[in-house]
Design a protein around this ligand. Structure first.
Ligand SMILES: Nc1ncnc2c1ncn2[C@@H]1O[C@H](COP(=O)(O)OP(=O)(O)OP(=O)(O)O)[C@@H](O)[C@H]1O
Length: 333
């Protein structure tokens, strides 16, 4: 599969009165053309910061301090704001948790859709009204809702409008950060089905973020697991369902009940994530890890690729195995 998005060593920091929070720490992953890629991890691990860094929605005091983001070969980090604005919506669009954050409360839906189209395709002025109506149809909303203001629509309808808007210019990448979290389960299901249908029809790639791990495992082709600002494992959905490898991934998956498998006791993960201002020197998960060895405390494992995906854990690297062997022979002396 050809890569559409290539994120390399992305670093994002927040300056705070207590010190610098490194919310995304050398994050690297790729998303293939037409692929749905998920970012998962506990609250505060840096998922939204990473996504916002990619689509340049970070606000002060957040700052990209290093790394590279390429979309279809174009380096995004060096674009001017003006160049980036041209690319946003046309090549990359964004669907956020609360539709009210995406929509202008004082503009009718029709005007918002037309504005989005004409801002990037000035020549489409004459046909923009028709295109707006077609977009409403695409997300199963009646055309007369074009005359509504956002507050006159239900939460589910608003989110459908936002999805329609994200589709307006046929982008190659859609970033979805908790697109259904604020909605009830039934509405949520309808929206997810719609997103998948549109994705199959248009073939765009998706960067998908949700707290709902079962949903992520259902939707995504590949998933990156983040912990304390670092990606610790990247693997296909089938690999994660069959054999999650990183102790953190295993803990995360054990925190959710399975709807289809046998009933098992939910174990969760003891402890809490580290302070990102003063993270541990070695593996950031080491203080909570049942498999930690002395090596894990002294140096952070690097992400390594193998047949099952990518993993940053000494349990799966020769370096860690050798260290564990020498540590145990020292212990037995
Ligand atoms: N304005 C800010 N100033 C300082 N630190 C911040 C700020 N915004 C976010 N952070 C920190 O950055 C880290 C990453 O936050 P982020 O919101 O990206 O995580 P997340 O994984 O998306 O969480 P959630 O799932 O709750 O949305 C957190 O530790 C958070 O406390």
């Amino acid at each position: 599969m050809t890569d559409l998005l290539e994120v390399q060593e992305l670093c994002i920091e927040y300056a705070s009165p207590r010190g610098v929070v490194r919310a995304a720490d050398r994050v690297s992953f790729t998303i293939g053309k037409g692929e749905i890629f998920g970012l998962a991890g506990e609250s505060g691990c840096g998922k939204s910061t990473t996504a916002f860094g990619i689509c340049r929605l970070l606000r002060h005091p957040a700052k990209v301090t290093g790394g590279s983001v390429k979309l279809d070969g174009t380096e995004l980090t060096s674009l001017t704001d003006e160049q980036f604005d041209r690319l946003r919506w046309s090549k990359m669009s964004i669907v956020l948790q609360s539709a009210m954050n995406n929509l202008n409360p004082v503009l009718r839906i029709r005007d918002q859709l037309i504005d989005a189209i004409v801002a990037h395709e000035p020549s489409a002025q004459a046909e923009a009204g028709q295109r707006a109506a077609a977009l409403m149809k695409l997300v199963d909303l009646p055309a007369d809702r074009l005359d509504s203001y956002p507050h006159e629509l239900s939460g589910g309808m608003r989110q459908r409008v936002v999805i329609a808007m994200a589709m307006a210019l046929k982008p190659s990448l859609v970033i979805m950060d908790e697109p259904t979290t604020a909605l009830d389960v039934v509405v949520q299901n309808g929206i997810i089905r719609k997103i998948l249908e549109l994705q199959r029809t248009f073939g765009f790639s998706v960067l998908f973020i949700t707290h709902d791990l079962p949903l992520m495992l259902e939707m995504c082709d590949r998933i990156g697991i983040m912990y304390a600002g670092r990606l610790v494992e990247v693997a296909s959905r089938s690999q994660l369902l069959k054999e999650p490898r990183h102790p953190y991934t295993q803990g995360l998956l054990n925190s959710f009940p399975s709807l289809s498998g046998p009933r098992t006791r939910l174990t969760g993960i003891p402890g809490s994530p580290p302070d990102l201002i003063r993270p541990p020197a070695g593996c950031k998960f080491e203080p909570r890890c049942a498999h930690a060895s002395p090596h894990c405390r002294s140096r952070e494992p690097e992400m390594q690729a193998d047949a099952q995906g990518q993993i940053a854990c000494y349990l799966y690297s020769k370096e860690g195995v050798y260290d564990e062997v020498s540590a145990s022979s020292e212990r037995s002396r």
